[in-house]
Design a protein around this ligand. Structure first.
Ligand SMILES: Nc1ncnc2c1ncn2[C@@H]1O[C@H](COP(=O)(O)OP(=O)(O)OP(=O)(O)O)[C@@H](O)[C@H]1O
Ligand SMILES: NC(=O)c1ccc[n+]([C@@H]2O[C@H](CO)[C@@H](O)[C@H]2O)c1
Length: 193
């Protein structure tokens, strides 16, 4: 049995969840693991000198728990899918789509990817899209420029020092064009097995 682990990383609001969900819809025996499901409880996330909660860092995430889930999939993809309520088709290839804003910054996870995509969008687009979303807890006033964007720049620099083979995607492209490009790429990996 062949197992493929696809990383859909990228900036906040780059379109990771959207692309991952579309991919899962057309890639047989695939399932999604979202880094956002592993945020620590608000009560343990520290605050900086401006009063901003430090969410945009690996320290705010239960990466140990996320790794356990990945390992559980690697051990038995079929059992993993069935236990998550997903149906399994007759195929020798299984795919895990891991999506999140800091998936390539965490070494033990980064080393497991067969393919790494990074969705990027300009500052203005990012700020606009983020402003139309409601997080839990909601972003306080000034959070984007005071925490989210500076942390993105820091995390990105760190990622680029660690990871070489990223495929950058323009997150302002049409959803269907992004899906088609990634699907084509992935299909080649499936047929190469
Ligand atoms: N290709 C696209 N073109 C225009 N808008 C898009 C595109 N993809 C996603 N969006 C929109 O951008 C917003 C963010 O998308 P999505 O939730 O997929 O991003 P994300 O990277 O998972 O965000 P985050 O992880 O920060 O929550 C949503 O409102 C979504 O509808
Ligand atoms: N999901 C959460 O618990 C949560 C809480 C507060 C902020 N966020 C934001 O999610 C983004 C990553 O998708 C980061 O930019 C966080 O600020 C998430």
């Amino acid at each position: 049995m062949k197992r493929l682990i696809i990383g859909i990383g990228g900036m906040t609001n780059g379109g990771k969840s959207t692309l991952s969900r579309s991919l899962q819809g057309i890639v047989p025996n695939s399932c999604i693991l979202s880094q956002d499901s592993f945020f620590k409880d608000d009560s343990v996330v520290p605050v900086d000198s401006h009063g901003f909660k430090q969410y945009d860092t690996l320290d705010a995430l239960h990466m140990d728990r996320m790794m356990s889930e990945v390992r559980s999939w690697v051990q038995d993809p079929q059992r993993f899918m069935l236990s998550h309520g997903l149906s399994v088709q007759d195929s020798s290839v299984f795919a895990l789509i891991v999506e999140g804003f800091l998936i390539f910054n965490y070494g033990p996870l980064n080393e497991l990817f067969d393919k790494r995509y990074f969705l990027q969008i300009p500052y203005e687009t990012c700020k606009l899209r983020r402003g139309s979303r409601v997080y839990m807890p909601p972003d306080p006033m000034g959070y984007f420029d005071g925490h989210v964007w500076p942390m993105y720049l820091k995390n990105r620099k760190e990622m680029e020092n660690m990871v070489q083979d990223l495929v950058f995607l323009d997150g302002t492209q049409k959803r269907e064009d992004l899906l088609a490009a990634v699907y084509k790429d992935i299909q080649q990996m499936f047929t190469a097995v």
